[in-house]
Design a protein around this ligand. Structure first.
Ligand code: DX5
Ligand code: ZN
Length: 219
């Protein structure tokens, strides 16, 4: 499978969001990564349902929604309604992760679980067969434009091994500080999907930047 590129709209121009979504429609991006923050789970607030719905209204690609919120069970249906195709919750925010994952799938979305940088992949051993995607955070969640944490490579490799051991087919997505300098190494370590916010939106030509990430070849 060719790898997936998911630009993060957190770094888009919120006063001209339609323009940026249309730019992503024209690009070789596969998904639009949408970061929802509640100011409790992370020390920042991003946006909520009306903004996600507005993005979805213009988007021609699936919304990959990353919930950085406490107790996400309260809002799973609402995120389905505003257009989430992939819904990712944080391991650290879910007391009954198995139930949350089952509910996301029951609602007809792909279910993802995200891990903070300090959370080892081994905590997912008994849920791996049930999830569609694991999102490895390569920065502490909350802000775009942070520095990539190098230990991420070890985590991707460890997760790949765990997936093989459990015979689980899971998309491994990496989020935070991803750019054209570390992307190939992340793919070689075993990542399937790369999120990029700052790298894409601070580039002079975002479409070319996305194309560059997309054309990387691990062979
Ligand atoms: C961080 C978010 C990321 C962020 C990535 O909490 O989850 O998706 O937008 O941005 P960059 O690529 O700038 O690190
Ligand atoms: Zn994210």
């Amino acid at each position: 499978m060719k790898h997936i590129i998911a630009p993060s709209v957190l770094s888009a121009d919120f006063a001209n969001l339609q323009d940026d979504v249309e730019m992503l429609n024209e690009s070789s991006a596969d998904w639009l990564h949408v970061d929802v923050m509640d100011g409790v789970f992370v020390p920042n607030i991003s946006f909520g349902f009306p903004v996600v719905a507005a993005i979805n209204h213009h988007a021609k690609k699936p919304l990959d929604v990353h919930l950085m919120i406490v107790d996400p069970d309260r809002y799973l249906e609402d995120f389905k309604k505003v257009g989430a195709k992939i819904l990712t919750v944080h391991y650290e925010a879910c007391t009954h992760l198995h139930r949350t994952i089952a509910k996301i799938k029951e609602l007809g979305m792909k279910a993802g679980v995200a891990l903070n940088p300090h959370t080892p992949v081994s905590v997912l051993e008994d849920i791996l067969e049930d999830v569609d995607l694991v999102l490895i955070m390569s920065v502490n969640p909350g802000f775009g434009g942070q520095k990539f944490i190098e230990n991420t490579y070890n985590k991707i490799k460890a997760l790949r091994e765990l997936c093989a051991k459990r015979n689980a087919e899971v998309i491994i997505e990496v989020d935070g500080g991803v750019n054209k300098h570390n992307a190939l190494a992340l793919l070689k370590a075993g990542a399937d999907a790369l999120v990029a916010g700052n790298a894409v939106f601070s580039a002079e030509d975002p479409i070319a930047e996305i194309a560059e990430l997309k054309k990387l070849n691990i062979e």
